[in-house]
Design a protein around this ligand. Sequence first.
Ligand code: TRP
Length: 488
Amino acid sequence: MSEAVTTASESSQGNLGGREQWSSRLVFILAATGSAVGLGNIWKFPYITGENGGGAFVLVYLLCIAAIGIPIMMAEIMLGRRGRQDPVSTMKKLAQESGHSRSWGLLGWMGVIAGFLILSYYSVIAGWAMAYVPRMASGVFTGMDSAAVNNVFAELVSNPEVLITWHSLFLFMTMAVVARGVRGGLEKAVTYLMPMLFVLLLILIFYAIGTGHFEQGLQYLFTPDFSKITTEGILSAMGHAFFTLSLGMGAIMVYGSYLPPGTSIAKASIAVACMDTLVAIMAGMIIFPIVFANALEPSAGPGLIFKTLPLAFSHMDYGRFFGTLFFLLLVFAAWTSSISLIEPAITWAMKTFQITRIKAAVISGGLVWFAGLLTVFSFNLTSELTITSTISTQYGEFVILKDATAFDFLDYLTSNIMLPLGGLLIAVYAGWLMKKEYSREELNVNRFWYTIWSLLVRFVAPIMVVIVFLNAMGVVAFIRTMYGSFGF
Ligand code: TRP
């Protein structure tokens, strides 16, 4: 049994059938928020918003959080709590319970792989944040202009040895916690550090207001210009909704498996989603004013926050102090997320190969480390090695990937395909295949809210995911053109 993610294990509530559990709903909410709030909110959200032109993208993203994210999060927690095992065994067990095929275990398996792949690049990016801590602390950025800040970033990512060092360190930190159990240090850390991160974000918002470009930033974020949104943008917005809420791969399922019965899954899900969204929006409100004030490109890509934030700090009183603290907290946010990325793989490996938690952590850590080299090199040695994938039909050409490095490819494959697919299957399972009496019992909400949830999870979420998928594959455009040629 996993000693990690447990409460003081023989807690007053005991443990259900040997499965340990969180001591309270609050602890669960904290852990789930710790998983949700991470690089996705502060690093990824601003840069993909910038790549996709701003407001319209944000609107689609918010819609996806509300209509797809929250209902699927409820479904995933519910499946986890009912199954009380690793994602693969949980899906097998539940499928059997409701008289369906054990192949549903494949869903858990896809999640294990997705988490593994995401962690491989997540750790490299968290390594960037770590690398910025000593740089900030020693005052490297003090008085720099934006070209000089860009240079520091370019220099960092062009050096594979340095990236590998930080990647190794971050992965070691992650695996050390996973091997020993989350409860001792990390949960406490989350309790204090998340609120601190929040306060720092607020301070930075005041800085952003002072740039004189705050309004322009807000306008960029909140005024939708639909001419700027593309099909790929919509797919990214949906993929990001899954990514930022840690959905679709069993992480939240495993966390749910430690949840005591009787806790309101609905309230917990809404709380986590709201906090997560708030942090992302705050990050956007900080980054874009700085971008505009310094005539930077919103579409600068993965380096965006590493090029903008040091500028803010370098012009701020006590900027060195706040800057150091900020990147430290970002590392912590990434840390509480990364453990949830590998937790499904760990529980699965422990059960399947009958190995100890420590052994599982060492082996999977080693594998993730190697996989991470792909991302490390895509910013230097192999940055020219890219793929472009298009589907061309007589109705036009549909670009799936354009000049994608290994990192871009991994990110696309996991966020835009595996997570939504996993989420779709979770929704279909929870909404259509699981016996209603079970889901009603688990969710334990009144009839009205159950009906709403049921509609979302049975129809809205799956249909939206499928439409976005088809659209991205050009199918919708294809059909539209077909109709067009018949004169509709
Ligand atoms: N949600 C985290 C973030 O925004 C990343 C993450 C943690 C994740 N666990 C996950 C993403 C599981 C997908 C699935 O940074």
